[in-house]
Design a protein around this ligand. Structure first.
Ligand SMILES: C[S@@+](CC[C@H](N)C(=O)[O-])C[C@H]1O[C@@H](n2cnc3c(N)ncnc32)[C@H](O)[C@@H]1O
Length: 266
């Protein structure tokens, strides 16, 4: 593991924020006017969050966390990026919502948040930034009440094998340790004047599943989706409103997976 991944990736996400705030993908005007930023996969699978306490891991600048707040949940978002958390707190205050935010590495969550939650949630582009999923599952476990729900919707490791927008396989399916790259632009704005180093890890489905099985969690649902709810691969077609398919393959690839787990009652 690269020793300084935390510093490099914090700088990356701090720099991305200004471009994301202006991007059509994050659609700030409509979000501020009340649009729910959560996609249908999450809304349909996670179920009612009203009155539930919810820990959102890697919340970026808080759109989804604040959407949970609008849905009646009591959310806390954590993220590594100082600018993203500052923005999330500003949005929460200006919208008059009840979310709490803490700036920290996922692995340090329990040093910043002492509450136990009904739900731990993470989505789209999160675990790729984490070197160790066993340690990640420990943080989830230490944050959930007995019987609580852990929900993840994530880009599928198969789609992450491509160096978008190219259709050639450029990355392994299985975890081969840290990748270090310097990229231009960002997924929400490929033309952004942004050049930044990033360090990431590729986690197969079995690696993710096994991290949670080791905690004796029960898998309540597991789905693979043949589209992405985000137009983030630079070479996608919108097959239905809000459903994007990458590349020109004869059969659709798995783009996203989602899993709902329950912590044992004792
Ligand atoms: C793709 S974004 C989250 C996606 C979210 N679905 C969204 O679009 O709003 C990934 C987030 O992970 C955060 N992050 C990366 N590594 C982290 C770490 N080790 N601990 C906490 N947050 C981290 C970044 O700062 C960034 O805000």
């Amino acid at each position: 593991m690269s020793e300084n991944y935390e510093k490099i990736n914090r700088e990356l996400w701090n720099k991305k924020l200004e471009f994301h705030l202006k991007s059509p993908m994050y659609d700030m005007d409509n979000f501020l006017a009340g649009k729910n930023s959560l996609d249908d996969i999450v809304i349909n699978e996670l179920g009612d969050v009203e009155g539930k306490s919810l820990l959102h891991l890697q919340c970026h600048f808080g759109q989804d966390t604040l959407s949970f707040s609008r849905m009646g949940a009591k959310p806390t978002g954590i993220d590594l990026s100082t600018s993203c958390i500052a923005k999330a707190k500003e949005l929460n205050a200006s919208l008059g919502l009840n979310a709490k935010f803490e700036c920290c590495n996922v692995y340090d969550t329990r040093q910043h948040v002492s509450e136990l939650f009904d739900i731990v949630f993470t989505s789209y582009g999160t675990i790729i930034w984490l070197p160790d999923l066993d340690k990640w599952a420990t943080v989830i476990d230490e944050s959930l009440k007995a019987g609580g729900i852990f929900y993840i919707a994530e880009f599928h490791p198969v789609i992450q094998m491509f160096d978008y927008p190219e259709e050639n396989i450029s990355f392994p399916y299985f975890n081969r340790g840290a990748f270090e790259e310097t990229l231009e632009g960002t997924y929400a704005d490929p033309s952004a004047d942004l050049k930044s180093k990033e360090i990431f890890w590729l986690h197969s489905i079995s690696e993710t599943v096994n991290a949670l099985l080791k905690k004796n969690y029960n898998l309540l649902s597991f789905n693979e989706h043949a589209y992405s709810p985000y137009d983030c691969f630079g070479n996608s077609k919108e097959i239905e409103k809000g459903k994007y398919v990458f590349g020109s393959f004869p059969y659709p690839l798995p783009h996203v997976y989602s899993m709902k787990w329950q912590k044992p009652l004792s």
